[in-house]
Design a protein around this ligand. Structure first.
Ligand SMILES: Nc1ncnc2c1ncn2[C@@H]1O[C@H](COP(=O)(O)OP(=O)(O)OP(=O)(O)O)[C@@H](O)[C@H]1O
Ligand SMILES: [Mg+2]
Length: 290
């Protein structure tokens, strides 16, 4: 696996954090995930194989890989929605058994409840946890304001723009104050300007209260702009990490502006050199499957 080493970390707080924290917030230890067909038990597909990946508390890690390679599978394993066929997923050192209660999940697909208003969507998780109504509503209003949707609490999802719906989903995830945030291409359906605004908002919220983030994307610019580390996955089947790159760009970052930084351009070229062949392989496989 390709690793970029010898990068000078100049921020002493980053160094201290890296040394003080030895237990990863989230760890995949030699994880394999094989799907067995329900029609034919002999038909199997190994989506993820022998994957080891550790994310420190407060670290923002992006995973990039070609379409269909197994990114969502990896996230579902971290969320506890899927069980590994081999290996272990650990959460703050403990083997994950059942749903990952310390993680909040932003799905790839739109996941708001259409029959609930924006506010009721935001506070759904609090209600499921039995938080009393007044407190839930107050916290919900605070979170709506934090994601720029003050005054939109009464609107239903179909009355909101795509970007607004993503903001509601973000508030819905963050209101539960998870120690780990799992995000599966959350902004891929948005236009580029809205997307960059949302990316900057996520970075601002994250830097205020650093959580471990596993961010899945197929967009390399997005991965580099947002992350502390970018992990490249191979094309499937048996997807696994084939490259890992420390992103030594200064923070705070503006995801639009950082793209012109010479170091960004350099990192982009290095990572793309690893990713390009996998994207081509993934594309050929999809063409064969049609
Ligand atoms: N429940 C399942 N049963 C059988 N195969 C599955 C299941 N879930 C995913 N797969 C297969 O595993 C592979 C990886 O799927 P996954 O959704 O993780 O890819 P992805 O990298 O997230 O793709 P995309 O970039 O399109 O979102 C695909 O070939 C998919 O068909
Ligand atoms: Mg996916």
């Amino acid at each position: 696996m390709q690793k970029v080493t010898g990068i000078a970390v100049t921020d002493p707080s980053m160094l201290a954090a890296a040394h003080a924290v030895s237990v990863p917030a989230l760890a995949f230890e030699d994880v394999t995930c094989t799907f067995v067909s329900s029609d034919d038990r002999a038909a199997r597909y190994t989506a993820v194989a022998d994957t080891t990946l550790r994310i420190a508390p407060g670290e923002f890690v992006s995973v990039v890989g070609p379409t269909g390679c197994g990114k969502s599978t990896l996230l579902n394993l971290a969320a506890g929605l899927l069980q590994p066929s081999a290996g272990t997923v650990r959460v703050f050192g403990e083997p994950l058994d059942g749903l990952n209660r310390r993680a909040g999940y932003m799905f790839q697909a739109e996941a708001l409840m259409p029959w609930r208003s924006a506010l009721d969507n935001v506070i759904a998780g609090l209600q499921f946890r039995g938080v009393i109504a007044d407190e839930a509503v107050q916290r919900g209003q605070e979170w709506l304001a934090r994601v720029g949707l003050q005054g939109f609490g009464d609107r239903y999802p179909h009355e909101l723009s795509g970007g607004m719906r993503k903001r509601v989903a973000l508030a819905q995830t963050l209101i539960l104050d998870p120690d780990i945030i799992l995000m599966d291409e959350p902004f891929s359906a948005l236009d580029i300007q809205t997307r960059q605004l949302m990316e900057n908002e996520v970075l601002a919220l994250w830097s205020a209260q650093k959580k471990a983030v596993l961010f899945i994307t197929h967009d390399l610019d997005e991965a580099i702009g947002m992350s502390d580390r970018v992990v490249v996955l191979s094309a499937g089947p048996a997807t696994h990490p084939i490259g890992e790159f420390a992103i030594d760009l200064p923070r705070p970052r503006d995801v639009a502006e950082i793209r012109t930084d010479p170091r960004f351009v350099e990192l982009h070229a290095q990572i793309w050199a690893v990713l390009r062949d996998e994207v081509l392989k993934g594309y050929q496989q999809q063409k064969r499957a049609v």
